[in-house]
Design a binder for this molecule. Structure first.
Ligand code: SF4
Length: 220
């Protein structure tokens, strides 16, 4: 796979990468490895429900990190805090203010961990998904890093120069679990409503894997 050589901002040599799931982080991880960048995975996603879906996404990400010899930092699954912060936003649409809260929360914890453990650069795999608003994600990332004077949020566009296609290729090669909704219970509800309106079946958790069909649609 042809990729440009990457380098971290401001000459830094170590990255804390927030990962939302294996399909999104697969291409990001392989691009970082190909450029010889030293990085660790930070998995903090208390938005994902139910727990069966959370464990499917997390365990697969752990396996892929082990395969690459990359440190995997497994942070709390503090769902109570997530629901507390989401209160009043239950009916907000995807890409709206509930999602800003959700990115803020995940990146705040990433930035805190980075500060406490000597990382000077953070980034996230979230922006590679075409379902996401990259500007919204980048705003949240910069806001999370801002309280720490030496910390930088790296807003590299992982989709460009074939990154989005390689994400699908890698997911198929690895036969990753293919999530069918963004992650929270509200996105599960809304996706099921949409499917019902189209006469389609409800989402079945733990069933769909890349490479099992020709549909390269990923939700994350
Ligand atoms: S739709 Fe996705 S990004 Fe938005 S609040 Fe739910 S899990 Fe978070």
């Amino acid at each position: 796979m042809e990729r440009d050589a990457l380098s971290l901002p401001q000459g830094h040599d170590r990255l804390l990468l927030h990962s939302c799931c294996a399909p999104c982080s697969g291409e990001v991880m392989e691009a970082l490895t190909a450029s010889g960048i030293d990085y660790s995975i930070f998995f903090y996603n208390p938005n994902i429900h139910p727990v069966k879906e959370y464990l499917l996404r997390k365990d697969e990400n752990i396996r892929f990190a082990e395969q690459h010899g990359i440190e995997f930092i497994d942070a709390d699954y503090d769902t109570d805090n997530w629901f507390e912060r989401a209160r009043g936003m239950e009916n907000e649409p995807e890409r709206g203010i509930r999602c800003t809260m959700c990115f803020d929360m995940r990146f705040e914890r990433t930035a805190l961990y980075a500060y406490e453990h000597g990382f000077k650069v953070i980034s996230s795999s979230l922006g590679i998904s075409r379902w996401k608003n990259m500007a919204q994600i980048n705003d949240c990332g910069h806001r999370a890093a801002a309280p720490y004077p030496e910390l930088v949020y790296w807003d590299y566009n992982w989709r460009k120069q074939g990154g989005a296609s390689r994400m699908i290729e890698i997911s198929k090669r690895e036969q990753f679990y293919q999530q069918e909704y963004c992650g929270c219970v509200y996105s599960l509800r809304d996706t099921n409503r949409h499917r019902r309106a189209q006469g389609r079946e409800r989402i079945k958790i733990g069933v769909q894997y890349y490479g099992m069909d020709d549909d390269g649609t990923a939700r994350s």
